[in-house]
Design a protein around this ligand. Structure first.
Ligand SMILES: *Cc1c(COP(=O)(O)O)cnc(C)c1O
Length: 389
């Protein structure tokens, strides 16, 4: 059975065009791009082209593109680079709703002598900007705010924040892993200093990422060794994946229109119909400023994990709003930060679409979901209590 894949914020299918671009670099074209001979040098030339393709997608200069091993490495490199380039500054500002790649690192730094301010969000997941601006200080080494949230799709006003942060001479980083390819990004016309992206969220393979570093930004490398990546990240390049990333960047530009029209319409149809057909259901997040591919829907009084299991029997892949940590089902930190009630956070399902989804798939889900929810609610003591209350 072919899966109905609605979990594209977790990972995406590698585009067939990307596979095709990569294949020769596993077989015939295995040269080392740093070699002096033409066999390696030719691979180096293709790597250079891939860097230009990614730069074009971001409106950046090729020398501002650093290839990494993943989005997590890009986030970690940006934050470490800022604090090591400003050793006398001991304060970091981030948000309560970041991806674990930023959240866990900042919590670790908070345990190791840094003061970390986590900016709160409101019930719709919108940042408290006054709170953020009030906490900027001469001691702040970096402000890191994601462009779009992976769980709810909420888009944050990062350009506006970056302008204010730059006025104070502070470095601004954004985790744009979920934003790139879905909404326009133009670094030429931006105050953002560093930006993270990940290959596998963009129809390139897993294990390749990009950190954009604005020309002139103070930088301290993490991996030391050879001169790869302009001396900013040693280690022989993951050539095939980087070449795939370049091709994926080209495709992302071609597909942005489809993402914002057809995919958005499919998402809207799914959401409208589910909210209409399932009582006690609601959207998590800001319905206005939102990625075109994502909807997080809370089905109150039932367990997300149970919903996913029943969906799985039909081959429908999605994610829930809770994380199974140490045997207990904790609602996600994002939904908790938004103050989503416990009974709703637990039954939250994230559907995240891609250009490969079809209307038939959406219609199938619209048909299958209401009986799944109904069946689980009939077994739920919370549902009956909730109905009485
Ligand atoms: C997936 C994701 C990451 C991590 O990217 P990896 O390449 O899996 O390390 C970081 N931030 C956000 C918002 C993500 O969705």
């Amino acid at each position: 059975m072919k899966p109905i894949y609605m979990d594209n914020n977790a990972t995406t299918r590698v585009a067939p065009e990307v596979v095709e671009a990569m294949l020769p670099y596993f077989s015939d074209l295995y040269g080392n791009p740093s070699s002096m001979h033409a066999f390696g040098g030719n691979v180096g030339a293709t790597l250079k082209a891939a860097r230009e393709q990614v730069a074009t997608l971001l409106g950046a200069m090729p020398e501002e593109i650093l290839f990494t091993s993943c989005g997590t490495e890009s986030d970690s490199t940006a934050i470490h680079a800022a604090i090591r380039a400003n050793p006398d500054k001991r304060h970091i500002i981030t948000t309560r709703v970041e991806h674990p790649a930023v959240k866990s690192l900042c919590e670790h730094l908070a345990d190791n002598g840094y003061r970390v301010t986590f900016v709160p969000v409101d019930r719709l997941g919108r940042l408290d900007l006054d709170f953020l601006y009030k906490h900027l200080s001469d001691d702040t080494a970096i402000v890191s705010v994601m462009w779009a949230n992976n769980e709810t799709g909420t888009i944050f006003p990062v350009e506006e924040i970056a302008r204010k942060v730059r006025e104070r001479g502070i470095v601004f980083h954004s985790d744009a892993v979920q934003a790139v390819g879905k909404i326009p990004i133009n670094m030429a016309d931006s105050s953002i200093d560093m930006l993270s992206i990940s290959g596998h969220k963009l129809h390139a393979p897993k294990g390749v990422g990009v950190l954009y570093i604005r020309k002139g930004t103070k930088f301290a490398p993490f991996l030391m060794g050879g001169h790869q990546e302009f001396g900013r990240r040693a280690g022989t390049e993951n050539t095939a994946s980087i070449i795939g990333m370049g091709r994926a960047a080209q495709l992302a530009m071609e597909c942005m229109q489809d993402e914002n029209t057809r995919v958005r319409a499919l998402r809207d149809k799914l959401e409208t119909e589910l909210l209409k057909r399932v009582p006690k259901s609601m959207i998590n997040g800001d319905p206005e400023n939102r990625l075109p591919n994502t909807t997080s829907i809370a089905f109150e009084y039932i367990e997300g994990e149970a919903i996913l299991l029943l969906m799985d029997q039909y081959g429908i892949c999605a994610s829930s709003g809770s994380a199974c940590t140490s045997g207990s089902l904790e609602p996600s930190h994002v939904l908790r930060a938004m103050g989503v009630p416990f009974t709703a956070a637990h039954g939250s399902i994230r559907y995240s679409l891609s250009i490969y989804n079809t209307e038939e798939e959406i219609d199938f889900i619209i048909e299958k979901m209401p009986p799944i929810i109904e069946r689980l609610r009939q077994m739920s003591p919370f549902w009956k209590e909730g109905m009485i209350a």
